[in-house]
Design a protein around this ligand. Structure first.
Ligand code: NAD
Length: 376
């Protein structure tokens, strides 16, 4: 069984597996090959892979030789023609946004393991790429905000006077939000938090954040722990309360998402205009529309002295550790897929394998994928 690791395209700096993890994968059985210079932007040169027993090869060889192809992001559309029926692609797919790509892969007879739909269960935690990448985003967002803010984060009592601590408002206490609370608290900021899921209240408190409750939030057990769309009445009430807290804040870290939908708009134009000049908004939901009405994905905009940074690709800015986590997540997934001989064995009775397999043998498999694509 040959596993090929592809070089990423565009601005992506991560690689699906660093040399150390590739060596661990080889111990599980597969022979691993990697596209030339695939790890360069994550600070792992071909020489490091060679030392780990992994052979760098051309892109063509990855496609022609591999049974399993690993990448961080799904292959560019043009590359699908180089794949052959029966080959297994394993990457983040963003199923809801990439229905056409997935349909091409299905009709070409490929198997697609979509890492973004791994079930969010306790057993799958060590394979959960969304969680590990959200951890990177939450951490980096706070550091970015601290670097851009014209103020200190912690309180200082100095001979030059007393400096008040900065106030950080966090919207959405999922994995990224919780990490952001922890880092902002470590840097000494006062942290306030909004979420629609009451289950996170205790976690927010235990990290030292203040949970601001808006009554009347809609929760749905069938959403598998995720948030659901809220009523208009709730949204208006929440926007008002967020505005009050944002006026007092120095930093807003926005992380609120609803899977398969546009991100909820929580910070209105009005709210931005009423914030203090010098404040910073980091919008991690930028790629799905943004939590701030004025966010532009991939850009920094300045409105009345308030900087709005629309950035959903922080993991690519920390490529070394983000790639290490990514590779470890893949190894943990492959541990349940590879048989004793190190060959692929897709047991569709296993809820994690079934839940992650978007398409296989010409069929849509994962219930979550079908739900996101509206397939009966
Ligand atoms: P996410 O990225 O989908 O959303 C981020 C946060 O935004 C969520 O906490 C969500 O409730 C919140 N949000 C959505 N709409 C909002 C609104 N209108 N106002 C305020 N907040 C809003 O979330 P995530 O980080 O991917 O986590 C989703 C769920 O998965 C959580 O329940 C988390 O605990 C769970 N989870 C489970 C595992 C596991 O057991 N393997 C791993 C990771 C996450």
């Amino acid at each position: 069984m040959i596993t090929g690791i592809l070089r990423e395209c565009g601005n992506e700096k991560r690689v699906a597996m660093l040399p150390g993890e590739a060596a661990v994968l080889q111990k599980l059985g597969p022979q691993v090959i990697i596209e030339n210079d695939a790890g360069l932007n994550a600070f792992s040169a071909d020489e490091e892979y060679r030392k780990a027993g992994v052979t760098p090869v051309s892109r063509e060889e990855i496609f022609s030789k591999s049974d399993l192809i690993l990448s961080v992001n799904s292959l560019p559309d043009d590359d699908l023609k180089y794949c052959r029926a029966g080959q297994v692609l394993c990457s983040v797919v963003n199923v809801a946004e990439n229905s056409e790509w997935l349909e091409s892969a299905r009709s070409a007879g490929l198997t697609v393991l979509a890492l973004d739909i791994i079930p969010r269960t306790t057993r799958a935690q060590a394979m959960d790429i969304l969680s590990s990448m959200a951890t990177v985003s939450g951490y980096k967002a706070v550091l970015d905000a601290a670097a851009l803010l014209p103020r200190f984060f912690p309180m200082f009592m100095s001979a030059a006077g007393t400096i008040k601590p900065s106030r950080v408002l966090i919207l959405g206490a999922g994995v990224a939000g919780l990490q952001a609370i922890a880092v902002a608290r470590k840097l000494g900021a006062v942290v306030e938090v909004f979420d629609v899921r009451s289950a996170v209240k205790e976690e927010v408190k235990s990290l030292g954040g203040k949970f601001i409750e808006v009554e009347g939030a809609k929760e749905d057990a069938a959403a598998g722990g995720y948030a659901v769309e809220q009523t208009e009445e709730f949204k208006n009430k929440q926007r008002e309360l967020i505005q009050q807290r944002a006026i007092a804040a120095d930093v807003v870290i926005a992380t609120a998402q609803i899977p398969g939908r546009k991100a909820p708009v929580l910070v209105s134009k009005d709210t931005v205009h009423s914030m203090k000049p010098g404040s910073v908004i980091i919008d991690l939901a930028a790629s799905s529309g943004g939590n701030c009405e004025l966010t532009e994905n991939g850009k920094t905009v300045l409105i009345n002295g308030v900087k709005i940074i629309g950035k959903s690709d922080y993991p690519s800015d920390m490529p070394a550790d983000a790639s290490k986590m990514f590779g470890n997540n893949i190894i943990n997934l492959l541990k349940i897929i590879l048989n004793k001989e190190g060959h692929l064995n897709l047991n569709m009775q296993d809820e994690i394998i079934n839940g992650t397999t978007a398409v296989h043998a010409g069929e849509y498999v994962s219930r979550r994928a079908k739900q996101l694509l509206n397939i009966k």
